[in-house]
Write a new protein. Structure first.
Length: 223
């Protein structure tokens, strides 16, 4: 399997890629990474640079076409699965749910209450709602926010908003964090590195799903 880290987990939120690799190693999953991994082209597509995005897709397809791909990022997952042709792609939350059911992990469930943010790309766009929740509930108690699943609020980062209109992205993050705080939880979990990047400075502990499992699942700290 190829672990496609994605730009954010590879360069800005590196603890996510470290946690993901730790979990894959613990479960005995054989995988490799691309040292020269390129951007999947998601941001180019969502911001209207279609010609440049297509060039990126064509360049990447050659080295990805024969791989079983694991994606950390919800945006990468959607792009590789829907905008490329013929790729075999799974999001890390789906793989983790499968591995847990196979007994590959020995997580210790605590009384910790946590809440979960449905990323737009993984949730509404790809209809992946259950698997991340199944994974979380093996480790902690899930307390849902007011807007969830298909009705989840956007974090504000996607579609180029964070880059072009940072004040709007910040206000959207603030609204989402307010809903998270209304659950009385101190931990907010997301399946998307880009969501984590936008939500992380709003007064809660915000963790990627993989980071959450490593920190609170009774596993050793990330090495």
């Amino acid at each position: 399997m190829l672990y496609f880290r994605g730009c954010t987990a590879r360069e800005k939120q590196t603890d996510i890629s470290k946690a993901t690799e730790k979990l894959l190693n613990l479960a005995g999953v054989g995988y490799h990474i691309l040292e020269d991994e390129n951007c999947c082209g998601s941001v180019l597509l969502r911001t209207g640079f279609l010609k440049e995005a297509q060039e990126q897709i064509e360049k990447n397809t050659e080295c990805l076409k024969d791989e079983k791909i694991i994606a950390s990022c919800a945006g990468c997952y959607k792009t590789l699965k829907e905008d490329y042709e013929g790729l075999d792609v799974i999001h890390i939350s789906q793989l983790l749910s499968h591995l847990i059911k196979e007994g590959k992990f020995d997580f210790k469930k605590s009384d910790l209450d946590v809440t979960y943010h449905d990323s737009c790309h993984l949730g509404r766009h790809m209809n992946v709602f259950d698997e991340p929740r199944e994974v979380i509930e093996n480790v902690a108690n899930l307390v849902e926010m007011e807007n969830i699943r298909e009705n989840s609020l956007c974090c504000g980062a996607g579609g180029g908003v964070k880059s072009a209109y940072p004040e709007i992205a910040a206000q959207m993050a603030k609204s989402r964090i307010a809903q998270a705080k209304d659950t009385d939880c101190n931990v907010l979990i997301t399946p998307c590195p880009f969501c984590k990047l936008n939500l992380k400075n709003e007064g809660m502990e915000v963790l990627d799903l993989t980071e959450f499992l490593v920190k609170y699942g009774g596993l050793d700290e990330i090495q």
